[in-house]
Design a protein around this ligand. Structure first.
Ligand code: BGC
Length: 406
C-alpha cells in the first residue's frame, strides 16, 4: 500500500484549443484550414459550452485540481482590444471549478497564438514580449483573486522544436537560429510574466501566488549504452530537460517546477556531429516496452529518475501532465498506476511533489494528429459530444479519494 500526503493535488488537464472548439482567431485555426488538416479542431469537445458538465464529471471522479488554459486569441482577438466578455467567461469557468472545490491551475500560453500576433512574426517579433506581458496583465488582473497556480508557458521547448526545428507545427520553420531566438524570447516572456504576476498580487494584497512553466521532460536513455550514445543522452538531458529550467532558476522566477512527462527518448547517435548527437533517437525497436497509439514508448521508471535529478533544485515539483493515448483502457490504468508508483518512490526518497495531473480529462484534439489519439479519462463521442467515463478513470478516482495506491 502506498500513501500519498493528505493535501496532494489530484486531477486532469486540458488546453483551450484542444477542447473548447471554434477557436477561430488563432494561428492554429488558420493553419488547419490552410494546410487542409484532415481532422481540424472544429467544435473540438464543445467544452466552451459544456465546461460545467465536464467539471461535474471531474468532481464525481474525486479530482481536487484541474489544469486548463485561457486562450489569448479569444481574449485579444484584435490587437490591443481586450474582450471583457471573454475575460468574464473565463472568470465563470474558474468560479465553476471553485464551486466544485477544484483548485484551478491556469496556463496562459498553450501552443496557440492570436492570428494577428502570428502575422507580425509571432515570437520572433521584437515586441512579442511586450504584447504577451500586456495580455498577462489583463488576465491576471481579471482573474488573480481566484487563482493561486499559474503556468505562464506550456512546454516552451516542444513548441520551439515542433514549430521552428522540425517545421511540423505553425509557422513551420526549420531554422536553428530562429529556434535559438524564440527560445530566448520565451524565457524572457516568462521572466517578465513571473514578475508581473507577483507584482499584481502584491499591489492587490492577494496571497502570494505560485508561478512556473510546464517543462516537458524526456527520459534520455543511451541505447545501446556506448560512449557516443551516453554522451548524446547527456547532451539531450542538459540542453533539453534542464537548460531552460536552470536559466529561469538563475533569475529566481520559479515558485515550483511544473513538469510534463510522457516517456523516454532512446539515443543512438550515428556520428559525433552535434546534429547526430542531438537529433537522433534510436530506430532500434525496444520490444520489451509497450507503446501508446502514437508509438511513444512507455517507461514509468524514467519519471522516477527525473524526479530524483530535479531534487537538486530544491523546489517543489508539480506533475502537470502525464498520460497515454490508447484504445486499451487497461493499459491506461497500468500506465497511471506505474507512474504513480514511481512518483511515490521518489517522494519516499525526499522529492517534494505537490500533485499529479493526468493528461487529459477528455479525449481531445491532438494537434496535427487530429482526434484519433485517445488520451482521455473520459471518452468523447464526436458525433454528439457525449461523454463516457472510462474504467481507468474510476480506478484513478479511488486513488484521488483515498490518497492510497494499492
Ligand atoms: C501537450 C499537450 C498534448 C500532449 C500529448 C503535451 O506535450 O502539452 O497539448 O496534447 O502533450 O501529446
Amino acid at each position: 500500500m502506498m500513501q500519498f500526503p493528505h493535501n496532494f493535488l489530484w486531477g486532469a488537464a486540458s488546453s483551450a484549443h484542444q477542447v473548447e472548439g471554434n477557436n477561430i482567431n488563432s494561428d492554429w485555426w488558420e493553419w488547419e484550414k490552410r494546410v487542409g488538416l484532415k481532422e481540424p479542431s472544429g467544435q473540438a469537445c464543445w467544452h466552451y459550452q459544456l465546461y460545467k458538465e465536464d467539471f461535474d464529471l471531474a468532481k464525481s471522479l474525486n479530482h481536487n485540481a484541474h489544469r486548463l488554459s485561457v486562450e489569448w486569441s479569444r481574449i485579444e482577438a484584435v490587437q490591443g482590444e481586450f474582450s471583457e466578455q471573454e475575460l468574464a467567461h473565463y472568470r465563470e469557468v474558474i468560479l465553476s471549478l471553485k464551486e466544485h472545490n477544484i483548485e484551478p491551475i491556469v496556463t496562459l500560453h498553450h501552443f496557440t497564438n492570436p492570428l494577428w500576433f502570428a502575422k507580425i512574426g509571432g515570437w520572433k517579433n521584437k515586441k512579442a514580449i511586450d504584447y504577451f506581458s500586456r495580455y498577462v496583465d489583463k488576465v491576471v488582473t481579471a482573474l488573480g483573486d481566484q487563482v493561486h497556480f499559474w503556468v505562464t508557458i506550456n512546454e516552451p521547448l516542444i513548441y520551439v522544436y515542433k514549430s521552428y526545428i522540425l517545421g511540423e507545427w505553425p509557422p513551420q520553420k526549420k531554422s536553428l537560429n530562429l529556434a535559438r531566438k524564440i527560445t530566448h524570447n520565451l524565457a524572457i516572456a516568462h521572466i517578465k510574466a513571473y514578475r508581473l504576476i507577483h507584482s499584481i498580487y502584491k499591489k492587490r494584497s492577494f496571497s502570494r501566488p505560485s508561478v512556473s512553466i510546464a517543462q516537458n521532460l524526456q527520459a534520455f536513455v543511451a541505447c545501446p549504452p556506448t560512449l557516443k550514445n551516453k554522451f548524446a543522452a547527456y547532451l539531450g538531458e542538459r540542453l533539453y530537460n534542464f537548460g531552460f529550467v536552470e536559466k529561469l532558476m538563475r533569475h529566481r522566477v520559479l515558485d515550483f517546477i511544473g513538469i510534463n512527462y510522457y516517456g523516454p527518448f532512446f539515443m543512438e547517435a550515428h556520428g559525433w556531429r552535434l546534429k547526430n548527437l542531438l537529433l537522433e533517437a534510436s530506430r532500434q525497436e525496444h520490444r520489451e516496452l509497450k507503446k501508446n497509439t502514437l508509438g511513444w514508448y512507455i517507461y514509468p521508471e524514467g519519471l522516477y529518475q527525473l524526479l530524483i535529478k530535479l531534487k537538486r533544485y530544491k523546489l517543489p515539483i508539480f506533475i502537470l501532465e502525464n498520460g497515454i493515448c490508447s484504445q486499451d483502457d487497461q493499459l491506461r490504468w497500468d500506465y497511471i498506476r506505474q507512474h504513480l508508483v514511481n512518483v511515490h518512490r521518489a517522494m519516499q526518497e525526499g522529492v517534494a511533489v505537490l500533485g499529479y495531473i493526468y493528461w487529459s480529462l477528455l479525449d481531445n484534439f491532438e494537434w496535427d494528429k487530429g482526434f484519433a489519439p485517445r488520451f482521455g479519462l473520459i471518452d468523447v463521442d464526436y458525433r454528439d459530444y457525449k461523454r463516457t467515463i472510462r474504467e481507468s478513470a474510476r480506478k484513478f478516482a479511488e486513488v484521488c479519494k483515498t490518497g492510497v495506491l494499492n
